[in-house]
Structures are given as C-alpha cells and as structure tokens.
Unconditional design. Structure first.
Length: 625
C-alpha cells in the first residue's frame, strides 16, 4: 500500500534561481537577476563559494528521532549539481535539540547517505555556534568555519524566518519549497541492483518506506489491544488518534495512491490484474474495520462499555490483515510490478504518486509520534525500566560467544553500578532444576550454571542467547513459558543471534522491529516477523521491553549498547571505553538501533539453506483429532 509522498520524485533541479544568486555581482543586489541567467552560464562563479542547506524538510524528512529520510532522488541530484556543475562547497546549518549533540547530528546526516557531499568543516550546529537559527550569529559562524565571509555564501532552506536570518547576516538566501515540487524536472531513473524480492525501482523503494510508516500504526493498534486485554482503561486519546490516521492517512492517501495510480499503470505496463486482486479486497476489508473502529469508539465515548471488546476485535483483525498484506506486497507484488517498469515509467509513476499523496509528511509523522507517546510504557523517572536482576539463560548447545560475552559484560556492569551505590545481580541459569548443572555449549565448552529458574522467579531482564541449540530450545515449552511470563509481566526480554527463534516461538515479538542473524532472517520474515532491512547490529528502545541483536560480530557491541540504553549514558560510556566499544562505535551505542549490515543475498541464501532448519525449525503441523 503506497503513501504518496514528500516528493521523493524522479526529478533534476531547475537551478535557475540558485545559479542567478550564485552569479550575482553583489550580495546586496536588488534582485537575484542582477546578472542574467544566460550570462551566468558563460562565466565562472563570481561571488558565492559555498551553499549551506538546512537539513530537516529541506533535504528530507525526519520519520523518527535521529533518522533523516532524504527526498529521492531530488536531494541526491541537487547536491551533485551544486558540488559538481556549480562547483560550490556544500554545508549544512541545523538546529539540534539540547539532548542531541553535534556528533549525533552528523551521524544522522551520514546515515542518510549525504555526508560525503559536505565540506570537511561544513556541518554546523547551533551547539557549536552558540546560537540558533534564525539568529545572524549562526550564519556568520558557518561562513567563518569555511574561511569565508557571509557575502560569499548562499543559504537554502524551507523556513522563511531562517531565510530572513541568513539575509540579515549578509548571506544570499533562497526559500526552497517543502516538499519539493515543480522546481525539479522529471527525468528517467536507473534501477538499483535487483534481487528476487527487489526490482530495484524507485517506486518499489518508496512504497516499502511507506510500509514502515504504516507498520507503526499496526504496532500502535497492537499496543492498544494489549492494554485493553490487560484490563486497563481504554486509552481514548490514543484510540482517537489511531482512528483519525487510519481514515484520513491510510485510506485517503495510502489506498488511493495504489488504486488510482500504481495498479492501473502497472496493468498498463503488463502486470497481471489477477495478481493484484487481493490488494483491492484487502483495502475493502480494511475500510470496514476502520468504520467499525470509528463507530465503536463513538459508543465507548458515550459510555457503552460493551463496545470496548468490539473495538479490540477490529484492532486485532486489522493487525492480522495488514501484516500479511504488507508481507505479500513487499515480497511479491511490488517486485513484480517493478520488473514491468523502465526508467521512464518508474519516474512517471512516482511523479503521479506524489500528486495523489499527502505531500508534506511532517504533520502526519507528528501525529504518529503523538500516538506512540500516548502508548509508551510507564517506567522510572529517567524513562528507563528499573533493572536490578538479570538472568542469562543457558541451554544445551547455546553459543559460547552469544552466552558468555553478555554474561561477562553484565557482570562488569554490576561492579560499575556498585561504585555508584546501586545493586545489580546477574546470574547464569539453566531452564529448570532437574536439568544438568553443567551445560554443554555448541563448541563443547562446559560451564557450571549459577542455578535454575524457579517457578516464582521474575527477573527485570531475561536474556536469551543464540547458538546451534536454539532450534531445539525453541520447542522447549518450559523455556517458552519463562519468556512469556516475563514479557507478560512487562519485564525486558533480550536476545542475540538465533536466540530470537525462542522469542518468536514464544509469541512475544508481534510487530516489534527486530534484528537477528542472517541465518534466521529469511524464515522470520516468511512467518511475519518485522525484521529490519537492512539488518542492524541491535534493535531496541530505551523504554522498550524487547531488545534484539545480531550474531557473531554484533554480540559485543550490542551488549554494550543494551547496557548504555537501559542503565544510562555514564555506565554505557564507562563500559564502552573499558571494552573498547565506544572508540569503535562512538555515539552509536546510545542509539536504539545499531549500525546497518551489508547484504549479500546469494551468500545469505546459502547459509540459510544450510542452517535455518536447525536454528528455527518450522512448526510441526497440527494433528487432527
């Protein structure tokens, strides 16, 4: 289901205004056309030597804190033109919140793939300048950082007050529309490398990015259902926001883009109509569920408590419907459509998707963030779960590294916390008392456990490692019940590598974005898990209840990141220095998601064919009575 967008449009810059400003003979010229455009084309840049851009809503949109999604492909083409055709140095001037330092801001730009365009001294923040935009001081500071005077610089941004601030500082300035519009001209788009489940076309990439936004609404729906199922009072504000977003965002824009643009044009280019029949059927089913939510919410607001169960039933049906719908679209329909497109048709479809979509995603993303904030679990005053007890599970053929690295680093954390007058108890435990006290790991190492999980035990953090034995362990109902019990009690459940197989079989993952070893990623996705693509070294939230990590290379870094996220910056940084993780990964250890892994589909398929039946065996078929 596509959400038309932001102008991630296949266009190239119409740079007349910027070029006229660059070539103007005086920064105080009464008009940017002081020197005609045709004359500018014939001569070198006379005055402007650097062009500074704002980041958010100028080069892309922020879909979640610390994550910039660039306008595609217009931002790439714009920066290539400025740095290449115009020959200007490039900088970014951005205001960051008080709790986000300049290093984290630069990481956001780097992760977005545009840091390579910047001058080495071109990333400017309000923290470094000691002033926020639109104060003239930050623009003067930016020019000085590049060894220039303001008159030699041009500022481009979507905020009118910031443009005025730049002009007041002596810079030339240009207001850039948000989202990008007809100031960019359409051109054909070359496809990215393709795979069996990715055509490489921009239209497919944009729609799969849209699905990530839709997935947030699915997760919110599941969270509301869980609250109602636990007997909590219906979260009416969250329910109201969700119903509004489903009707006015998903149906009005998301469904419309597919039904009025994507599919008709896909059929015109040869995609079989029968292969998309389910899309229309699922949309109709979704609309009925949205209407049920709207009507039952009105009854709940009027005091009809019998409608609460009906609202929850519609939520659960929506979650199940969307999860399968999105999986089928991402893995089958969108790649199939993309294979029928060429550079020209891809460009035209994306152009029209913008016309039928919401345009500026900013307000919608704000509403989704408000919805998620309403549903955040309540925890300690610092926003983190209060963790005082940890159990690292040990089972037959668990991995040495997967088990003992987290255990050792967590034991070190107990020493650091003790110096602060805080208590943390970490134990290596087997599943139950009858099990052997000595556990044999996957490479033959034998370790004594600290004990067994007792029926009454409830730990603040339950950590389930991976290993070659994870597949058999995922069939152990005793271990699965321990995982379920902790999750139901609101405790943190963490894992690494193939240990996610155990969490998955326990049924606690739901729509939580997770990461894992490549060996089990394919089967997890086939079974509906929300595996991040690209995979990240770790995935969690500071106040979340599930922490997942990749395997092998990610075990060490993800453990430090988990500690940094749950026990605070000071503890994480101290341990990160002691274990050499902070020098390797820097500020990333304080983020909820780790570095992204590269993807090698053919090689991954080979290890998946060899190991996924061992690490995540398929469920046994049900036996008829």
């Amino acid at each position: 289901m596509a959400i038309g967008r932001r102008s991630t449009l296949p266009r190239i810059p119409n740079v007349r205004k910027i070029t006229e400003a660059v070539c103007a003979g005086s920064p105080r010229a009464a008009t940017m056309a002081a020197i005609p455009f045709e004359e500018c084309k014939r001569g070198p840049i006379a005055v402007v030597k650097a062009i500074f851009f704002d980041a958010k809503d100028t080069l892309g949109y922020v879909d979640r804190p610390g994550h910039l999604v660039t306008y595609k492909p217009s931002t790439q083409t714009l920066l290539e033109t400025v740095g290449g055709t115009l020959g200007c140095r490039i900088g970014i001037i951005t205001n960051l919140p008080k709790n986000v330092d300049s290093a984290a801001g630069l990481k956001m730009i780097t992760d977005a793939g545009i840091a390579g365009f910047l001058d080495p001294a071109g990333f400017i923040t309000n923290h470094d300048a000691g002033a926020d935009k639109p104060s003239a001081e930050i623009y003067r500071y930016a020019a000085a950082k590049l060894g220039l005077v303001p008159e030699e610089c041009l500022f481009v941004g979507e905020n009118f007050l910031e443009v005025l601030g730049a002009r007041a500082a002596g810079m030339q300035a240009e207001l850039k529309p948000c989202p990008p519009g007809r100031e960019f001209l359409t051109k054909d788009i070359a496809a990215r490398p393709s795979t069996e489940t990715d055509s490489g076309r921009l239209a497919e990439q944009i729609m799969e990015e849209d699905h990530l936004i839709g997935r947030r609404l699915v997760m919110a729906s599941a969270a509301i259902s869980k609250k109602i199922g636990a007997g909590e009072a219906p979260p009416l504000r969250a329910m109201g926001l969700l119903v509004f977003l489903l009707h006015e965002f998903i149906d009005r824009y998301h469904h419309s883009v597919e039904e009025r643009v994507l599919l008709p044009l896909a059929f015109a280019h040869g995609f079989p109509e029968a292969d998309a029949a389910y899309v229309y059927a699922d949309h109709d089913a979704g609309r009925k569920l949205f209407a049920t939510m709207r009507d039952t919410l009105a009854r709940i607001r009027a005091g009809d408590t019998t409608a609460i169960a009906l609202f929850r039933e519609a939520l659960d049906d929506f979650v199940a419907l969307y999860r399968e719908h999105a999986r089928r679209e991402n893995d089958e329909t969108l790649p199939g459509i993309g294979k029928h497109l060429n550079g020209h048709s891809d460009a035209v479809i994306v152009e029209l998707m913008e016309r039928f979509g919401p345009g500026d995603l900013g307000p919608w993303l704000m509403l989704i963030a408000d919805l998620e904030q309403e549903l955040q679990p309540q925890s300690g005053g610092n926003g983190m779960p209060d963790i005082k007890t940890v159990a690292v599970m040990a089972y037959h053929r668990c991995g040495e590294q997967d088990t003992l690295v987290p255990y050792e680093i967590l034991k070190h954390a107990t020493m650091v916390l003790a110096e602060q007058g805080k208590q943390l108890r970490v134990r290596l435990l087997r599943v139950a008392e009858p099990d052997p006290e000595v556990v044999e790991m996957q490479m033959g190492t034998r370790v004594f456990t600290d004990g067994a999980v007792e029926p009454e035990d409830l730990f603040d953090l339950l950590f389930v490692p991976g290993g070659l034995g994870s597949g058999e362990a995922s069939k152990d109902e005793r271990l699965l019940d321990i995982v379920r019990k902790h999750h139901a009690a609101g405790k943190v459940v963490g894992t690494n590598c193939s240990g996610i197989s155990i969490l998955h079989r326990a049924g606690i993952i739901g729509d939580t974005p997770v990461t894992c070893a490549a060996t089990v990623s394919r089967r997890l996705k086939e079974e509906g898990a929300n595996v991040l693509q690209p995979r990240t070294m770790w995935a969690g939230q500071v106040d979340g209840k599930i922490w997942t990590s990749a395997g092998g290379s990610g075990v060490h870094g993800s453990t430090i990141a988990m500690i940094a996220n749950y026990f605070g910056r000071d503890v994480g940084q101290y341990l990160g220095m002691g274990w050499d993780t902070y020098p390797a990964l820097g500020e990333q250890i304080f983020e909820e998601r780790g570095p992204q892994y590269l993807s090698f589909p053919a090689l991954e398929a080979g290890i998946q064919d060899a190991l996924e039946d061992i690490l995540l065996p398929r469920r046994a078929p049900a036996v008829a009575d």
